[in-house]
Write a protein that binds this ligand. Structure first.
Ligand code: GLP
Length: 254
């Protein structure tokens, strides 16, 4: 795994925007795995700016998002479908019919998960999977647990995750208790993974994910087994790695 140090959130976003832009340029009909949360918003802004400057074409890009809250419709302003439309899709020339987010309102969530696995398979897999990381090391909504779940599945959100996502809702009671998420197997099948981390709140999760034991208790630690992972993290998120490993450069390659 390669770790690139960024000065701050803006620097991280620029670097990530450049990397995703390169992917779109090199494979204009490729499949992007996309993520939500506050971390990738800046990178999406960079992509929009590059599109507006005439440097990027999304017309043949297909996408699959990591996850969706169970019980929220795509019109709900906290749903991840709404987030993607609002923060990226509405501002570039991507064909929205070629963008996929798990259905939060599916009557049969298990069947929806199966359908989502088939969507990923029929697209030929994911070329570049973008990831944020939860304070507890979760990726997508794969929460710490005893096993790595392979495919898309329904999860019960931890109290910690509901609390940290409550800032987007008017009260904690409105935060859904369940979500549909790609599994670790779906994420690990991506040909390339790009994980972004910003802020001191992510320092422990990032250190444990990169240098700790590989365990489903820290879901992102499984990425140590992937052959093409790029992490772009700002100095605040890197603080514990800097302290514990004495790494001082801007690029770490192991
Ligand atoms: C949510 C999402 C994750 C995201 C995480 C971190 O739980 N399901 O995909 O990585 O939040 O969010 P943030 O980037 O806002 O810190």
């Amino acid at each position: 795994m390669k770790i690139y140090a960024a000065k701050d959130y803006n620097d991280m976003s620029r670097k990530a925007g450049n990397l995703i832009a390169a992917q779109v340029t090199m494979k204009p009909d490729g499949v992007l795995g996309l993520a939500t949360g506050s971390t990738p918003v800046g990178a999406y802004k960079e992509l929009i700016a590059k599109y507006e400057a005439g440097d990027l074409d999304f017309s043949r890009i297909r996408s699959v998002n990591l996850d969706e809250y169970k019980g929220l419709s795509g019109d709900h302003d906290q749903s991840y479908r709404y987030f993607m439309n609002h923060n990226l899709f509405d501002h570039v020339n991507i064909n929205k019919e070629e963008t996929n987010v798990p259905g939060g309102l599916a009557e049969d969530p298990e069947a929806e998960c199966e359908r989502y696995n088939r969507v990923i398979q029929e697209l030929g897999g994911i070329d570049l999977q973008l990831l944020g990381i939860g304070n507890n090391g979760h990726i997508g909504f794969n929460e710490p647990c005893d096993v790595f779940e392979k495919g898309t599945h329904v999860v019960t959100l931890t109290e910690e995750t509901r609390q940290s996502n409550a800032r987007f809702f008017s009260s904690i009671d409105e935060v859904p208790t369940h979500a549909l998420t790609m599994g670790i197997g779906n994420i690990m099948s991506a040909r390339k993974v790009l994980l972004l981390a910003s802020g001191e709140g992510k320092a422990k999760a990032l250190y444990e994910s990169c240098f700790g034991p590989i365990t489903p208790n820290v879901p992102a630690s499984v990425l140590q087994l992937h052959s093409d992972v790029v992490i772009i993290a700002d100095e605040a998120a890197l603080s514990l790695i800097r302290e514990k490993t004495q790494w001082e450069d801007s690029v770490y390659d192991n």
